[in-house]
Write a protein that binds this ligand. Structure first.
Ligand code: HSE
Length: 408
């Protein structure tokens, strides 16, 4: 029998217990022996619940018990998750986490300790919730040179943008609704400012390149400036707007960013709506592969955690190489990337036509009846070239109301 400890009995931690007990027979058959939860670490007691007798409040009980071979970290945040996980690995225990903040900030170090101790540090649930994406990258796609990973990696913002798109509602109104439904946190900053997506694309980029990626090197824009007027244009153009985390690799050159993107109906991720996530991976031999599913939520995320538990249960004293080393990956400046741009401008097109053509080149012009503004969709432009053109337009008293990168 393999004994497991769960640190943090919140939504995901309790989901892990539910999956382990609900699918016990299948898991036992898979591992070849039973996987049993011995301890649950939480600040709270759970009187009357089936886990009542497993609750401990002192982390040291877990760290000091040699019978516990796998520790699940579902506390979230860095403190005390980081010191607890580090200690578990140092004393030779395998660790599974769903905590993207921990993996993005300390993944390199924790993986190195796991290698040294011949145990494992696994984090399938940290990106894409229940969608298998980490294991495909280091197993199924191990023979590929990954050229691009791009995706909708945050369920909360996708829910908000989908509602804005389908119902014409404002960002503030939909955010409030998402909070009432429990899809958005009371402090929604990490989701709506793109920080959550940033950590996820940093982890995927590290998996793809095999190098350490500092998430702070990734330019990150959230969705708080997206308005219902943007969606009116999108509707007219047959497009939608979604928050993307993207990483493009060209040899040693790696670009990575998080930003809202206007996409057309032919984009493979156009139909990824509500709280769902979708990830596209492009390999040099494979071409494009798509991963779609529940990017968040109790049981989908717990299912991915349990898959890692099973993997570790079969490899208790054998480190499975994930290919993520401590060599640092340089992220190219966003200014060197190229995009199309959707640009909303105040006033009338005809009176500004010459200046706009001179600065932005050939563009598609979109008008919205009943407004005193219009929009342009540029051809592919280098980001720096675009920023310079925008600055020159504004210096000549032009008024830019909105800019969204586009693949429309
Ligand atoms: N807040 C995250 C999301 C949870 O909305 O996708 C899963 O990482």
């Amino acid at each position: 029998m393999i004994k497991v400890a769960i640190m943090g009995y919140g939504t995901i931690g309790s989901g892990v217990y539910e999956v382990l007990t609900g699918n016990r027979d299948k898991i036992t058959a898979n591992v070849g022996q039973e996987v049993q939860v011995k301890y649950i670490l939480d600040l709270r007691d759970f009187p009357g619940s089936p886990v009542e007798d497993k609750i401990v409040h002192d982390f040291q009980v877990i760290a000091d018990d040699p019978e516990v071979q796998i520790v699940v970290e579902t506390m979230g945040g860095l403190n005390p998750a980081y010191p607890f996980v580090k200690t578990c690995l140092e004393v030779g225990k395998n660790v599974v986490t769903s905590n993207k903040a921990l993996v993005a900030a300390h993944g390199t170090e924790l993986l190195a300790i796991a290698r040294e101790k011949q145990v494992n540090f696994q984090f399938e649930a940290s990106v894409g919730g229940g969608i298998p994406i980490i294991r495909p990258l280091y197993e199924c796609l191990m023979g590929e040179q990954i050229q691009e990973i791009t995706g909708i990696l945050n369920g909360t913002t996708n829910f908000i943008l989908t509602k804005m798109d389908k119902e014409g509602a404002s960002f503030d109104a939909v955010l409030k609704e998402a909070q009432e439904l429990g899809y958005a946190e009371r402090n929604p900053e990490a989701d709506v400012e793109g920080y959550d997506t940033c950590r996820k694309i940093a982890i995927l980029t590290a998996m793809a390149t095999g190098k350490e990626v500092d998430f702070e090197d990734i330019q990150t824009e959230g969705i708080t400036k997206i308005t219902d007027v943007d969606f009116k244009y999108a509707d007219k153009m047959g497009t939608s707007i979604k928050l993307f985390g993207t990483s493009r690799m060209n040899g040693d050159q790696v670009f990575a960013w998080v930003a809202p993107l206007m996409i057309g109906k032919s984009h493979p991720l156009y139909a990824v709506n509500d709280v769902f996530n979708g990830i596209m991976v492009k390999g040099n031999m494979l071409g494009t592969s798509m991963f779609y599913g529940s990017g968040a939520g109790k049981l989908p995320t717990a299912s991915a955690v349990v898959a890692d538990i099973i993997e570790e249960a079969k490899n208790l004293h054998h480190n499975i190489p994930l290919g993520w080393t401590s060599e640092k990956q340089v992220i190219q400046p966003m200014e060197d990337s190229s995009h199309k741009y959707f640009v909303r401008i105040s006033g009338v097109y005809e009176s500004q036509k010459d200046k706009l053509q001179e600065l932005f080149g050939t563009c598609k012009v979109i008008t919205l009846e009943g407004t005193d503004e219009f929009a342009l969709l540029t051809e592919m432009l280098n980001e720096k070239q675009f920023r310079d053109a925008k600055a020159a337009f504004e210096a000549a008293d032009g008024k830019v109301l909105q800019v969204i990168r586009a693949e429309a």
